[in-house]
Design a binder for this molecule. Structure first.
Ligand SMILES: [Zn+2]
Length: 338
């Protein structure tokens, strides 16, 4: 009797284990299937060629994966949903403008933010976010938010007079954005006009200061062929010589020379050309407002407007003058044409 009871126990235990194993297996299967389904829904079916600037290699990527990496590299996922959607449409438009005009010789686009758009692979970004203290759930939710914005705006691009626009954007330009013609040697781009801009004041790079010594300033300008010499007296008399229509600095007077503010920005790492000057002792101080060239959509501004209840379309129409938001289908996307 005891033996039979023991046998029954063993059989029940085996059966129980079997049920548990089967249940886990089927759960895993379901999860895998779910992941697969999500992946298929997210992928666009169009591929783009990305040039890796560090290695020179060209990779084929799904268009939506490319957009996910760009948008996640460009703005924090904590930004308002409508601002993220606007950045997605801008990123897609920027890409197709590159493709249509063959701006990248070897591929459709490259991963350098100075030449094309910022692009960091999502798994690298996940590591960065983790190191910044974001929880796994916050990271997953953030990624899902961007993916949703990509799928929801699928195929949408910005056009002017039926042509895909050069959708320039920047981080921050408190008060006013810049007219493209003020920066790029008088080229008038009708949809890239200076517009009023309201930005949250808590943006960490809203203001910045660069202090440069007389010696560094003089040697940098001489070394790059801008001036022949600079006396201390001339240094102390440096002043702003011209402003752009939007109120940014166009050039400064250094002795008998005029130096473009855009050149100063790259020579001395200024965050923008919206600055005031202060010269004390043997130092020149640049007090800078905003971050970036100031043309097109302001990312901080887009977030501010979204927080105030503006839609993604309203944000785009605010920053790009007289444009339309159009749908292109997957065939047009594949050819990069509209
Ligand atoms: Zn490029």
């Amino acid at each position: 009797m005891k033996l039979r009871l023991a046998f029954l126990y063993i059989i029940s235990a085996i059966l129980f284990c079997l049920i548990v194993v089967l249940a886990i297996g089927s759960k895993n299967n379901k999860e895998e299937k779910k992941e697969e389904e999500e992946k298929i829904e997210f992928e666009s079916g169009s591929t783009i060629e990305l040039l890796r600037s560090a290695t020179g290699q060209i990779e084929s990527l799904d268009l939506n994966y490319y957009l996910l990496c760009v948008v996640a590299s460009e703005i924090p996922f904590s930004y308002e949903y409508e601002a993220i959607k606007a950045q997605v449409i801008v990123a897609r438009t920027y890409l197709f403008n590159k493709i249509k005009n063959n701006k990248e010789e070897l591929a459709d686009v490259c991963d350098s933010y100075t030449h094309c758009q910022a692009f960091t692979d999502i798994n690298k970004l996940e590591e960065i976010w983790k190191n910044k203290g974001f929880s796994e759930k916050e990271i997953k939710d953030g990624e899902d938010k961007i993916k949703k914005a990509i799928v929801e705006t699928q195929g949408k691009i910005i056009t002017y007079n039926g042509e895909i626009i050069d959708a320039l954007f920047h981080a921050s330009s408190p008060q006013k954005t810049e007219d493209a013609s003020a920066i790029w040697s008088g080229v008038d781009i009708p949809y890239l006009k200076s517009v009023e801009n309201v930005e949250d004041e808590d943006y960490e790079r809203r203001t910045s200061t660069n202090v440069i010594s007389y010696a560094t300033f003089k040697n940098t300008l001489i070394g790059n062929g801008y001036i022949d010499d600079l006396t201390l007296d001339e240094f102390k008399n440096i002043c702003i010589s011209e402003y752009t229509a939007s109120g940014r600095v166009k050039s400064i007077a250094v002795g008998l020379y005029r130096i473009k503010a855009e050149d100063l920005r790259s020579l001395f790492g200024l965050n923008s050309t919206n600055f005031t000057l202060n010269i004390e002792d043997e130092n020149i101080e640049f007090n800078v407002l905003g971050f970036g060239h100031g043309v097109g959509l302001s990312q901080v501004g887009a977030n501010t407007y979204a927080r105030a209840g503006k839609s993604c379309d309203e944000i785009i129409h605010h920053y790009y003058t007289d444009v339309e938001i159009k749908d292109i289908d997957s065939e047009q996307m594949k050819r990069g044409k509209i």
